[in-house]
Ligand binder design. Structure first.
Ligand code: OMP
Length: 244
């Protein structure tokens, strides 16, 4: 099993699991977080919890030793996006993301703003095509062709614009490995262990298969946080991946 580096040039290694902390209630989130160990996973804070609880919530998680992926999917003009990414860096988060469809100028500006942070800069990741979307969803938004073509096009643009990696579905991991090489980070939501419900996700994959396909990180929310025993579900997944 391969472990992954937390920040560029760091000698510490991280679990491949990122748990999406999509809770409305902070106390419910803490009831889970306080029973797990940072060795098992990193934590992703998205729009729901950040809107409610802000930077203090990030600090609470960092105080407990967790690396935080701030998933606010910035998508704006280059100047605004760059300043937002710099604000994320000020929070000391481990990973932050933007939407690749914001374009090359936007991503380059975001990358440039992180230069002063050197080794302390968060990993900067671009979302390609949301894992809830299928080929049928593309035409109404003016994109003709297959989902995989769109993901590949945006992943290459992201790499050329200096991103450390992309968010994609694990279904595209293998092809992106071929196009983008081995050091480009592939962060894959839509992870669904056998017998779990897809909900609104379309492009899904089993966790072991996702790692085999070339994903670096597996983003997983409801199959863990919505399960009857979230702590046990996380530990089981960790053990499964470590023993594979
Ligand atoms: O950027 C993300 O994290 C993301 C991108 C994407 O394409 N698909 C996607 O599901 N996500 C996030 O990954 C998490 C998936 O959660 P579950 O579907 O509950 O496992 C959610 O927090 C989403 O916001």
């Amino acid at each position: 099993m391969i472990f992954y580096k937390p920040k560029k040039n760091s000698s510490h290694f991280l679990s491949p699991i990122i748990v999406a902390l999509d809770y409305r209630d902070k106390n419910k989130a803490l009831a889970f977080v306080d029973k797990i160990n940072p060795q098992y996973c990193q934590l992703k804070v998205g729009n729901e919890m950040f809107t409610l609880y802000g930077p203090e919530w990030i600090k609470e998680l960092q105080k407990r030793g967790f690396q935080v992926f701030l998933d606010l999917k910035f998508h704006d003009i280059p100047n605004t996006t760059a300043r937002s990414v710099a604000s994320a860096a000020e929070l000391g988060v481990w990973m932050v993301n933007v939407h690749a469809s914001g374009g090359g100028h936007m991503m380059e500006a975001a990358k440039k703003t992180l230069l002063p942070y050197g080794k302390e800069a968060p990993l900067l990741i671009a979302v390609t095509l949301l894992t809830s979307m299928t080929t049928q969803d593309l035409q109404p938004i003016g994109i003709y062709g297959e989902q995989q073509e769109q993901v590949t096009r945006l992943a290459k643009l992201s790499q050329d614009s200096g991103m450390d990696g992309v968010v994609c579905s694990a279904q595209e991991a293998q092809i992106l490995r071929q196009h983008c090489g081995s050091s480009f980070q592939l962060v894959t939501p839509g992870i669904r262990p056998l017998n779990s419900v897809n909900f609104d996700q379309s492009r899904t994959m089993d966790p072991k298969e996702a790692l085999k396909a070339g994903a670096n990180y597996l983003v997983i929310g409801r199959p863990i946080t919505g399960s009857e025993h979230p702590v046990q579900s996380l530990k089981n997944l960790y053990t499964l991946l470590m023993n594979s």
